[in-house]
Design a protein around this ligand. Structure first.
Ligand code: FAD
Length: 419
């Protein structure tokens, strides 16, 4: 066994790892990113939110991402039965960019980590972190390379950006189940052959199953006619159809009229993948000599595409604190990192809850909304979930409750029935 040292060790080269690495390397710190796989590698999480652009700029990776020429995205469209509603992020309440991208993550993630490397971070692919010893000043990782060779890496601080690997949550016993219900996602990439005269490819399309309220779909167009499509729902429900996941995905797509029509000529370009039980949480987002970023800490739900935004937000909150701690300052990770990060996550959680219990669909499909209220909703959906000036951030639950009630009343009034 040989021994090795660095200032900051980062586990995982996804967006949160790359962003933290880029930020810290630019400040002259010695940064080592340890990545289990070889890039480019597939990852789900393809629809970004405009708030991401602020973070990409802050860590110096915006130009590296821009060079990818990704499909622009300016909002989210929703469909349920014969209804259609679009939210344009450019009409949002908070200040900041209103446009972002829909990205194939293999390419996007590779561009980000390559950008971080060019800013001075060292990256080791095909090497996994296998063990960890916490220590406030000298935490230690055990690395295993592709040949099974083990070695130790001593750092002055460790950031866990290992996503669904949840490396430190598992190794330190911080993992705890999410309070959100366990759900299942089936998805693939397609040659869309979509008639874009019928649908705005600058918006993610979220469809709701006409009969089963807990089942929903995404369609995320990329450039060059490609797109990502998926269905999410209770596993047992999804398994009532077809004998394998491919059949199940296409069976459910046929049940949603707009998707069925848009994807009538689509051709899959990869096998159908399944992810389930992905919502996860931890007791605490930090410990002696380490902090957890992105999905390595908490993951909520895919419905509002908040994953990469939260991942980048966590990286840009942690990195400056790491720099200050290594310069000798005392950092209270609870009040300076965990609490402010969790406040924005809590906003998204309220929106996720309101999506699954039907309040948010009622709000979204209500066509008589006051533009200012619509702008506040749009802001959260654009990722500005930390902007306390927005009443739908400062008091999400109360605001969503009362708005949903008004929408229900209007609905009764208009249709003579509740949904
Ligand atoms: P990741 O991007 O997962 O990167 C973690 C890296 O760590 C990986 O490269 C992995 O190989 C590496 N790693 C793991 N274990 C180890 C180890 N032991 N040693 C070394 N390296 C390791 N988010 C969005 O923003 N938009 C969406 O549209 C969206 N859709 C989603 C759909 C579904 C069905 C699901 C489940 C999630 C979706 N997400 C979406 C969430 C998104 O996938 C994640 O939030 C995001 O990828 C998190 O980034 P990260 O940097 O935390 O981790």
């Amino acid at each position: 066994k040989t021994q090795d040292t660095t200032d900051v060790a980062i586990i995982g080269a996804g967006p949160s790892g790359a962003a933290a690495a880029a930020w810290l390397a630019q400040r002259g710190l010695d940064v080592r990113v340890i990545e289990r796989s070889c890039f480019p590698r597939f990852s789900i999480g393809e629809s970004l939110l405009p708030q991401c652009m602020v973070h990409l700029e802050a860590c110096g990776l915006l130009d590296a991402a821009k060079a990818g020429g990704f499909q622009t995205k300016n909002g989210a469209a929703f469909t349920w039965r014969d209804r259609y509603a679009a939210i344009d992020f450019r009409d949002k309440f908070s200040s900041g960019p209103g446009i972002t991208w829909q990205v194939e993550r293999a390419d996007f993630d590779q561009r980000l980590i390559e950008g971080a490397r060019q800013l001075g971070a060292q990256v080791e692919f095909d090497t996994r972190v296998d063990a960890f010893v916490a220590d406030p000043e000298r935490p230690r990782l055990t690395l295993v390379d592709a040949n099974g060779e083990q070695r130790s890496l001593h750092a002055r601080f460790v950031l866990d950006a290992s996503g669904y690997g949840r490396v430190l949550a598992r190794l330190t016993g911080l993992a705890r189940p999410s309070t959100l219900e366990s759900r299942c996602a089936l998805f693939t990439h397609i040659e869309g052959r979509i008639d874009y005269a019928r649908y705005d490819c600058e918006k993610i399309l979220i469809g709701l199953h006409p009969e089963h309220p807990g089942i929903w779909y995404w369609l995320i167009p990329f450039t060059h006619g490609r797109a990502s499509v998926g269905v999410v729902g209770d596993r047992a429900k999804l398994e009532t159809a077809g004998i394998n996941d491919k059949e199940r995905l296409w069976h459910f797509i046929q049940a949603e009229p707009m998707l069925a029509e848009l994807l009538a000529n689509a051709k899959a370009t990869r096998d159908v993948s399944r992810l389930e039980g992905y919502s996860a949480d931890v007791e605490q987002l930090h410990g002696p000599g380490f902090a957890l970023l992105g999905n390595a800490g908490e993951f909520l739900d895919p419905v509002f595409s908040s994953g990469v935004t939260i991942a980048l937000d966590s990286a840009l909150r942690a990195a400056p604190l790491v720099e200050r701690q290594l310069a000798g300052e005392h950092i209270d990770w609870d009040s300076q990192f965990e609490q402010p990060l969790r406040r924005g996550v809590a906003t998204f959680r309220e929106f996720v809850d309101a999506w699954y219990d039907g309040r948010l669909p009622r709000i979204i499909f209500n066509d008589q909304q006051i533009p200012r209220i619509r702008a506040m909703i749009s802001s959260v959906l654009a990722g500005y979930a930390w902007d306390e000036d927005n009443p739908f951030v400062a008091a999400s639950r109360r605001r969503l409750n009362s708005l949903a009630e008004v929408c229900t009343d209007r609905h009764r009034h208009n249709d003579g029935k509740d949904e």
